[in-house]
Design a protein around this ligand. Structure first.
Ligand SMILES: Cc1ncc(COP(=O)(O)O)c(C=O)c1O
Length: 426
């Protein structure tokens, strides 16, 4: 029989898991909730959740299918795969079949099992969403961050990708690109995508194009990398952002035929882990991806609201000297506080983590530090989610007024949060 000392000795968590901390976005949410419990007012600009309700007809579809109880096929409910395929065909004007589609319990899980299944290392731009690199750590891949500070949009561009790949011509890489970007809110033009596609083709890169915010491109003109690099691009999307259904946990991957082997490998992993995505959610998602006129209207109105609020926040923050890429889609801004470095240093603030902690404690505004997105700890940057408002009220407002001229009527917390930040800085 083993004694507890021996057990303690042999029961160990693997080093690559032990050195991880809980996902940064979830941690800030928990700390904000803790401050709220203590009676403090917190402006939740740290967590990137859609403020909008799930459209009524999608909710009704879920109610209608609540009784669905059977396990569904590993790759997803066929009618849903058909709906997702038609949706992507309409969006990209490229023919996508249901066989090209894989459904999972959130795109985060699909991104994870893609990394687990692919034999090669990972390239991501810095800054990038918080979970790509920890997933590489869990799956024991090397993660290469490419610094994008030479690009005002803070996105990976063709010349940065070319210079990295030319130094590693014989290695196999998966690249994850995300646009509109979390954390910068910037997105690509068609010509930028075309240039990236040329480099990707030259070095035979596998690209996961994380387009989860694609529908929320503010001018409604999102273009997909798959249009330019079909053979090597997997498009990642889901219900979480444009359909307001993050907690429903439904993500989609769309593959080219050339990458069916990866989809098959991921399905094997899925069959041994989550089995299949929740049945009622999949039935309801059919309604969402059919993208009928009411959903089209809902998404258009969501975009207008996000555009107005983002322009307001951008205007307020740049007026005091913060710099950041101009918002083009999604929920985020990525302000750089470098102009205030001297003043902040005098307050004892030298890292983005200290910056965000002090801002939260002294103003109630929750932001996420740039370091969580792959920036050096000393870069005084932060991610700001401009979604601390009631999405249902905002949609009702826009139905009545047709626009959002009065930000205070729709997003009063965003107005106060900007004021607080400005006063704290000046
Ligand atoms: C850039 C990006 N990709 C993927 C995800 C994961 O989304 P989900 O797992 O809800 O589909 C998120 C969620 O915040 C995100 O911001």
């Amino acid at each position: 029989m083993l004694h507890w000392v021996e057990l303690d000795h042999c029961m160990q968590i693997k080093y690559n898991i032990r050195t991880l901390k809980p996902s940064a976005t979830l941690a800030i949410n928990e700390y904000s909730n803790e401050l709220i419990r203590q009676g403090k007012k917190v402006y939740k600009l740290g967590f990137g959740q859609s403020p909008f309700p799930v459209p009524d007809e999608v909710v009704n579809a879920l109610i209608e299918h609540a009784h669905e109880k059977d396990y569904l096929p590993v790759k997803g409910l066929y009618v849903l795969r058909e709906a997702v395929a038609s949706y992507h065909t309409r969006r990209t004007m490229m023919s996508v079949t249901p066989e090209d589609v894989l459904i999972g319990p959130g795109s985060k899980e699909l991104l994870f099992i893609a990394q687990l299944s692919f034999n090669g290392d990972l390239i991501v731009p810095a800054p990038s969403w918080v979970s790509y690199s920890p997933q590489a750590q869990i799956t024991q891949k090397e993660c290469f961050w490419i610094d994008t500070s030479s690009n005002p949009k803070r996105l990976l561009n063709a010349s940065l990708l070319e210079s990295f790949c030319s130094m590693h011509p014989d290695r196999r890489f998966m690249v994850i690109l995300n646009y509109p970007s979390n954390p910068t809110g910037a997105t690509y033009t068609s010509s930028e995508l075309k240039a990236l596609a040329e480099v990707a083709r030259k070095y035979k890169l596998l690209i996961i194009s994380d387009e989860i915010y694609g529908e929320l491109t503010h001018n409604g003109e999102h273009r997909s990398l798959t249009e330019f690099y079909r053979e090597g691009t997997i498009v990642s999307s889901g219900l979480s952002k444009w359909c307001g259904a993050g907690g429903w946990r439904l993500g989609t991957f769309t593959f080219p035929e050339e990458l069916r082997w990866l989809s098959d490998a991921m399905a094997v992993v899925a069959s041994e882990t989550f089995t299949a995505t929740s049945a009622p959610i999949q039935y309801a998602a059919v309604k969402a991806f059919e993208f009928g006129p009411n959903i089209e209207l809902y998404v258009n109105q969501s975009r207008v609201i996000l555009q107005c609020i983002s322009q307001y926040v951008y205007g307020e923050l740049t007026s005091v000297g913060l710099t950041m890429p101009e918002p083009q889609g999604g929920f985020y801004l990525f302000p750089d506080f470098a102009q205030f470095r001297e003043k902040l240093n005098k307050k004892g603030i030298t890292t983005s983590s200290q910056l965000c902690r002090r801002i939260l404690e002294e103003t109630g505004v929750a932001l996420l530090p740039g370091v969580d997105f792959g920036q050096s700890p000393e870069e005084l940057s932060a991610r700001l989610s401009y979604v601390d408002f009631d999405g249902k009220k905002a949609l009702d407002y826009i139905k009545q007024h047709g626009n959002v001229k009065d930000i205070n009527a729709v997003a009063p917390n965003m107005v106060i949060a900007c004021q607080q930040l400005k006063e704290w800085l000046l």
